[in-house]
Design a protein around this ligand. Structure first.
Ligand code: 2AM
Ligand code: CA
Ligand code: CA
Ligand code: CA
Length: 275
């Protein structure tokens, strides 16, 4: 695929993300119509659903043959169908709980895969006014300025993003607590932004050094993954080896040595049912 083609896809994704971000911004300080999904901590609003529809319709107009994977369109319990076809991977609002509670770390995520390779990623945080973009082989940017990771490679000096996640299963929570304790013991500290994509783009721009997560889905980290890699970061499976977008696990870091150190430090790696 040519550089010009990738640039065209990126340009479209930025336009579509901006339009979607406008809707998120408009709704942010208003009362929300709220439903729960798998449990009381797993939320969805009318805005999540409306924004996803809007994004998909915009792409369908321009690229009628392309496929879609979107958080609010994937029916509960169904396996994600990810093919070699050009596929737009969409999280209309990453950080829905932040959105509901008027915490500004909430963003629209749009990624494009071709032959199951991520080629374009856009993460737009409309309340923070931050537009993160990345395209394969073309670098990563925030509001048009080039970004790069901290290149930190000493765990003792590193800040690690960790999330509670939305699972409330006692076994998952116990394992997460064990990981949290070990990470606190071996690093400079932990942070939580409440959005997988915001954690990842912050690692991409050097605000913090790593992020490890179990329980997420392809739409949570596909778009921000391109940005992280293009910013010089590393993305692996938490127990080592290449990342698998359907495994529901990811470890990303400012550098490969840091990714490896964090991977071996974590006391247990939570197995999740694959997408
Ligand atoms: P969402 O807001 O799109 O649902 C918070 O832990 C972050 O992880 C959010 O980005 C959230 O995405 C995502 N997330 C949702 N469910 C999760 C889960 N069970 N485990 C981990 N992360 C999850
Ligand atoms: Ca969700
Ligand atoms: Ca998400
Ligand atoms: Ca979401």
């Amino acid at each position: 695929m040519s550089t010009a083609e990738i640039q065209d896809y990126l340009k479209t994704a930025i336009e579509v993300a901006k339009e979607a971000g406008e809707v998120v911004r408009e709704a942010f300080y208003k009362e929300k119509s709220l439903q729960t999904k798998s449990n009381y901590a797993d939320l969805v609003t009318e805005t999540d659903q409306a924004v996803e529809k809007q994004i998909i319709n915009s792409f369908k107009e321009k690229y009628p043959t392309h496929k879609f994977i979107g958080e609010e369109t994937v029916a509960g319990g169904h396996k994600t169908e990810w093919t070699d076809d050009p596929t737009w991977i969409i999280d209309p609002i990453d950080g829905t709980t932040n959105f509901v509670h008027q915490i500004p770390h909430t963003c629209v995520c749009i990624g494009l895969s071709i032959k199951k390779q991520m080629v374009v990623g856009v993460v737009y945080a409309p309340i923070l006014n931050e537009m993160y973009t990345g395209a394969k082989g073309q670098g990563a940017f925030c509001n048009g300025e080039r970004i790069s990771t901290s290149q930190q490679n000493d765990l003792k000096q590193a800040i690690i993003y960790l999330e509670g996640g939305s699972s409330r299963e006692p076994d998952v929570l116990r394992r997460k607590c064990n990981i949290y304790q070990k990470v606190l013991q071996t690093t400079r500290g932990t942070r939580t932004l409440g959005s997988a994509a915001m954690n990842m783009v912050n690692v991409a721009k050097g605000s913090g050094d790593a992020y490890v997560e179990y329980g997420l889905h392809i739409w949570d980290f596909a778009a921000s993954g391109v940005i992280l890699i293009e910013a010089g970061g590393s993305m692996i499976d938490p127990s080592g080896g290449p990342v698998d977008f359907l495994s529901r696990r990811v470890l990303c870091a400012s550098s490969q040595p840091l990714a490896d150190q964090l991977s071996t430090t974590i006391p247990e790696h939570i197995e999740m049912e694959r997408d």
